[in-house]
Structure formats: C-alpha cells, structure tokens
Design a protein around this ligand. Sequence first.
Ligand code: FES
Ligand code: FES
Length: 166
Amino acid sequence: MTDVEISVVVNGVKRRDRIPPRRTLADYLRETCGLTGTHLGCEHGVCGACSVLLDGDAVRACLVFAVQADGAAVTTVEGLADTDGTLSPVQQAFRDHHGLQCGFCTPGFVVSATAFLQETPDPSDDEIREGLSGNICRCTGYQGIIRAVRDAATTISTEAPVTPQA
Ligand code: FES
Ligand code: FES
C-alpha cells in the first residue's frame, strides 16, 4: 500500500511524515517520532499502557491508526512536563506517592489521570478507581496510584488561576 502523508502536532511541534496507512499511532509515535515513553503492553486495547491525548482526549494509541491523527494534536507523556523539565502535577504526585514500581504502566496512567482530572477535578476515590479502570498495573496494588491522583487533584485545584492581562 502506498505511504500517505500526515500532518500532526506532537507535543506542540508540527510534523509532516509519510507513513504506511496501517501504522498505528503507537508505532508512529515510538518509531517515527522516537517518543518511546508511550509503552506497548497488550497491543489490543486492554492494558492502557499506550494511552496518549488526542486533541485532549485519552485514547489507546495501539487502537488508533496514525492517519486518524492527521490534523490533530497529540500529547504523549513526554509532552506533559514543562519545557524546563518541571514535572506536571500528576507526574510529581506519582513520584511523591510511590505510584509506580517497574514503571511500565506509568506513562499510560499519567496520561489517563491527566485527562480524567480535566473532566473530574474533584474526584472521590471511587471515581478515581472508575476513571482509571482502563489502565492495568501489575506491581503497585493501585493504592499509591489512587493517592497520587487524589493529591494531584488537590494541587491542580489550588494552583493560582492564570488571569488574562488587562
Ligand atoms: S498496548 Fe494499547 S491498550 Fe495495551
Ligand atoms: S508499576 Fe509495574 S506495571 Fe505498574
């Protein structure tokens, strides 16, 4: 099949690439863009390790063709921190609350939690469990992850809002 050209903004950087039409978004990000923070576990939509933001919504990059991201903005775990390396509130909270052990699932959890907290800024523990139920971790027992998301929600809610200049 003939390669197709796509135009995607990846972590704020505009890209144009020619790719096979059946290349998944996960393979595009890892192999074409070199962004290996997006992990591949099951490769069929079960584990959530490959979660990225597609125009702000969390998607499983193993289930999306890269051509479907043509014209869209994709954010991977690498794009969540500030450009100076300051971790995002969710990344910092995972670090502070031992929300990871081997780290394989962590990029997916961090991306999913980031999207979840945008939709549900003041979640209960049950809502956190439900919101992240599409992500699987085989190391932590999830308690540190729940604590991290709860703490990130508090941090985000107490951050000073950005007020536009008059
Ligand atoms: S690798 Fe995509 S959901 Fe598991
Ligand atoms: S920290 Fe190892 S799978 Fe989650």
